[in-house]
Write a protein that binds this ligand. Structure first.
Ligand SMILES: C[S@@+](CC[C@H](N)C(=O)[O-])C[C@H]1O[C@@H](n2cnc3c(N)ncnc32)[C@H](O)[C@@H]1O
Length: 283
């Protein structure tokens, strides 16, 4: 791949998916694009870059994005946000008692483990919410990931990552080498294609957003735009969780750490100045 082709693909991924590929990641991008040229019957990555410049073929653009994304995920990733999610639900049971309606968004859901983890907790808490509408919307830019998520089949390796055996036995059935999520859980989630660069107003409003382990791949300007738009889709008292290595520090001031649920952020207007936790900068 020539430096020019690398630059074309990098710029395209930045513009269309928000993905900021470092100049030093030439090898990574090349290894991800090799299967794409084979699949599309192209000779070289340079011809792929040329097709991207021409821009006429949505199949080419889609294939480049699908191949460039990092889809790493697991059930109950980092545990704490999910434990606090359960506590938040109990709090929402009080604060949303009038509406009896809670909306949750798993943004950048990958192959669905995050959304199914949330659905299992909702199901465990279901007795508290008889007669309520509990919605989970799960979105991703990758059609392939969404299809996998929607089908709900996971292999032995995947179900061994983060999923307690008791929940595996309760919510999955073994089918050959795979485990399939129960229809009951699958029906709880509506999977939709959504690019985080677009305005989420049409998906919202939400009480809880999980936007985890995706903004690390974005540059600061895109992170700011995504988070500020998301904060506008939060209902009053709504919260948002980022990944363990992600922060709003230096990105936006519209979201601040939630003083009661440290794994979550709240809109600045929901947290009185006296209750704001200070960020600690670790050098
Ligand atoms: C590393 S996975 C994170 C999955 C899950 N949130 C977690 O924390 O385990 C990142 C996901 O973000 C998706 N993604 C990348 N760019 C995106 C964009 N612009 N809009 C929506 N999803 C995107 C990828 O397809 C991938 O499924």
């Amino acid at each position: 791949m020539t430096p020019l082709s690398f630059d074309v693909l990098r710029r395209f991924l930045r513009r269309r998916a928000g993905l900021a590929i470092a100049v030093s990641r030439h090898d990574l991008l090349e290894s991800r694009m090799l299967p794409v040229i084979q699949r599309l019957g192209l000779e070289t990555i340079d011809s792929l870059a040329e097709a991207v410049i021409n821009g006429a073929d949505p199949e080419v653009e889609r294939a480049v994005i699908e191949a460039a994304v990092t889809s790493e995920t697991l059930f109950f990733r980092d545990r704490t946000p999910f434990e606090q999610f359960r506590q938040l639900l109990r709090q929402l049971h009080e604060t949303r008692a009038q509406q009896r309606h809670i909306r949750i968004w798993s943004a950048a859901c990958s192959t669905g483990q995050e959304a199914y983890s949330l659905a299992m907790i909702l199901d465990e808490e279901a007795r508290l919410f008889a007669g309520w509408r509990l919605e989970i919307v799960a979105t991703d830019i990758s059609h392939a990931n969404l299809e996998t998520a929607q089908l709900g089949y996971f292999n032995q390796f995947e179900v061994q990552r983060g999923l307690p055996v008791a929940l595996l036995l309760r919510y999955f059935t073994q089918q050959g080498d795979s485990w399939r999520v129960s229809e009951h859980l699958r029906r709880r989630i509506s999977f939709e294609h959504f690019n985080l660069l677009d305005d989420p107003a049409k998906l919202g409003p939400f009480d809880i957003i999980f936007c985890r382990n995706i903004l690390i791949y974005f540059d600061v300007e895109s992170r700011k735009q995504v988070l500020e738009r998301m904060s506008r889709t939060l209902r009053r008292g709504g919260v948002l969780a980022l990944g363990a290595s992600e922060t709003v520090l230096g990105v936006t001031q519209t979201l601040v750490p939630n003083p009661d649920y440290p794994a979550f952020l709240s809109t600045a207007e929901d947290v009185p100045a006296a209750r704001r936790r200070q960020f600690v900068l670790v050098s």
